[in-house]
Design a protein around this ligand. Structure first.
Ligand SMILES: [Zn+2]
Length: 247
């Protein structure tokens, strides 16, 4: 590791659980973030500042004035620009040493492999159930680590799925089929700091996974910022799941 990086990441390296070896792992990790809304903006900032090796950003949306309330990568001059290019510009000014890949793309079952095949970790920050199902199925089949988050109103949730583990549930084990349901924030209320907190938790779960700090324990964490309540729910594989119970 170069002297400049030893200084830049010194506060990570000083943590005994991370150390130089852990920071090296972070610096060689290949991560994809799908969806550059509030969660994706927040998670991408901490992953960029932490020095992940490659960070791929996937979204096909354009920045709207109403996004600025919570999508902290963007500024007033970015309104009407494509999210991906504005995000890449903003993140590269934070850390020029990491490889940023911008894909102006809506994920579908037919393009997901080409878009994500070189990445080992996927953060699902999307806003609709159909894309979440496609991402879940792809990560399950290719055994990628999937961290999923969502938020609405005052409440948010996140969880990590590790398909290297036989006992890991998949997204469809946890949620009933809501195909066609739009979880978009466009018309939904959302408390601004909530996406910062949930996105930061997603980045935290990912960094801990990369440096192998935590033992795998499938659980969903729900946060209610109105009352500051945190709830942990154990997640179990659904033996009748259409996707993951067949194998
Ligand atoms: Zn399943």
């Amino acid at each position: 590791m170069k002297d400049k990086d030893l200084l830049r990441y010194s506060r990570h390296i000083m943590l005994p659980e991370i150390d130089i070896e852990g920071q090296r792992k972070i610096s060689s990790a290949k991560v994809a973030i799908i969806g550059l809304g509030g969660l994706g903006c927040s998670a991408s900032i901490f992953l960029t500042s932490s020095g992940v090796g490659e960070l791929c950003l996937v979204d096909d949306d354009v920045i709207d004035l109403s996004n600025l309330q919570r999508q902290i990568l963007f500024s007033e001059s970015d309104v009407d620009k494509g999210k991906i290019l504005a995000a890449k510009e903003s993140l590269s000014s934070l850390n020029k040493d990491i490889k940023l890949i911008a894909q102006n793309l809506k994920i579908t079952a037919s393009n997901i492999d080409k878009a994500l095949n070189k990445f080992d970790y996927v953060l699902d920050c999307t806003d609709n159930f159909d894309t979440r199902k496609i991402v879940n199925s792809y990560c399950f089949k290719t055994k990628k680590i999937l961290i999923s988050g969502s938020s609405q109103g005052w409440k948010g949730q996140f969880f990590k799925l590790n398909f290297h583990r036989q006992e890991s549930p998949c997204y469809e084990c946890i949620f009933e089929d809501l195909s066609g349901e739009d979880l978009s924030c466009r018309e939904s209320s959302i408390f601004s700091p909530l996406v910062g907190i949930v996105g930061s938790f997603m980045a935290s779960e990912l960094l801990k996974e990369i440096v192998s700090i935590e033992k795998f324990k499938p659980e969903l964490i729900e946060i209610d910022l109105k009352s500051n309540k945190f709830k942990r729910l154990n997640l179990k594989k659904n033996e009748c799941c259409k996707l993951c119970s067949k194998v």
